[in-house]
Design a protein around this ligand. Structure first.
Ligand SMILES: [Ca+2]
Length: 311
């Protein structure tokens, strides 16, 4: 019965993690679509720049398809008056496109709650988001570690960016703030097994995905393949997950902020997540060391030593 419940929960947790990875994949797809679209705009802009004799841009080869399209459009605007109107319209568009092509914010990344802007010297910088999309769907709500509900994670991070007093506050979980049932001793005892099985399953699934869709890197795939042949197949995934979360900063300690990615999507489905992670921090210094992480996922000292080699 216990084994069955672990299996059911592992499947459930894998679904959650993959759903989030899926969201990430959708975002990547969306980005690629935008990139593709942007590319088209870029070609149009270059062609338009050519029309306006912007010499710097004339060296660009548009390719046969584009030249055909250009000639076609030119033929369509034989009428002089129309042609003048077209020139004017093109000129306006050129300014917009050229702006977009040269915009240094296009590939400039900002942290959550911030957006990129340019200064008068056309240098990119990050500044707090001014406004978030008004979200009405309950699903977008988030609950903070101060037990305050926000309409979306965008709104939470926007306010956190504006208010320095919110520096220590993080997203606790997705959804409106609520009371969770207490995590029983029995549930708490099972939880590390669930967690580490879940890490293994997620790693296995992500090994099948292309890296650009959020899948594992080549070295992570290699690690996953090795893990499957291990006597203790959970050791490497435990190290992998720690390494995956330990990014801000990568210092072999997991802060509350780094744990958001693990805790926030799970807490509503798995009410033991939060108390479990709190218990992992055995010296109560607010961060989880790799040793603490290993112990709370039931590794012994030798396992931890082995796992450390994969950090
Ligand atoms: Ca860290």
């Amino acid at each position: 019965m216990r084994a069955l419940s672990v299996v059911v929960l592992v499947v459930c947790l894998v679904c959650v993690d993959l759903a989030f990875a899926g969201k990430n994949r959708d975002r990547v797809r969306d980005y690629k679509h935008k990139k593709k679209h942007h590319r088209f705009d870029e070609e149009e802009a270059k062609w338009a720049l050519d029309r306006l004799s912007y010499k710097d841009e004339q060296v660009i080869d548009f390719g046969d398809d584009f030249r055909d399209l250009r000639d076609e459009i030119r033929d369509d605007f034989r009428d002089e008056e129309e042609d003048r109107y077209f020139e004017k319209e093109i000129e306006e568009e050129v300014r917009g496109y050229a702006n977009e092509i040269n915009n240094p914010c296009v590939d400039y990344e900002c942290p959550m709650g911030m957006t990129c802007k340019t200064d008068p010297q056309w240098q990119p910088y990050c500044t707090c988001v001014e406004e978030c999309m008004p979200e009405e769907d309950e699903e977008y709500k988030v609950c903070s570690t101060q037990n305050v509900t926000y309409i979306s994670d965008c709104e939470f991070y926007r306010l956190k960016c504006i208010d320095p007093e919110m520096y220590e506050i993080e997203i606790d979980y997705y959804g409106e703030c609520q009371e969770f049932p207490e995590c029983t001793d029995e549930e708490m005892e099972e939880f590390p097994f669930r967690m580490r099985d879940w890490f293994s399953q997620v790693m296995k699934q992500l090994a099948k995905w292309p890296i650009e869709d959020g899948g594992l890197t080549e070295s992570e795939k290699h690690l996953e393949a090795l893990a499957e042949r291990d006597m203790k197949p959970y050791i490497k995934p435990i190290a992998w997950k720690f390494h995956h979360l330990d990014v801000d900063p990568r210092d072999r300690y997991l802060t509350n902020r780094e744990l958001v990615e693990l805790r926030a999507p799970l807490q509503r489905l798995e009410h033991c997540t939060k108390p479990f992670l709190e218990e992992c921090d055995t010296d109560s210094n607010g961060v989880i060391s790799f040793k603490e992480w290993g112990y709370c996922l039931l590794l012994n000292d030798d396992d931890i030593k082995e796992a450390k080699e994969h950090l």
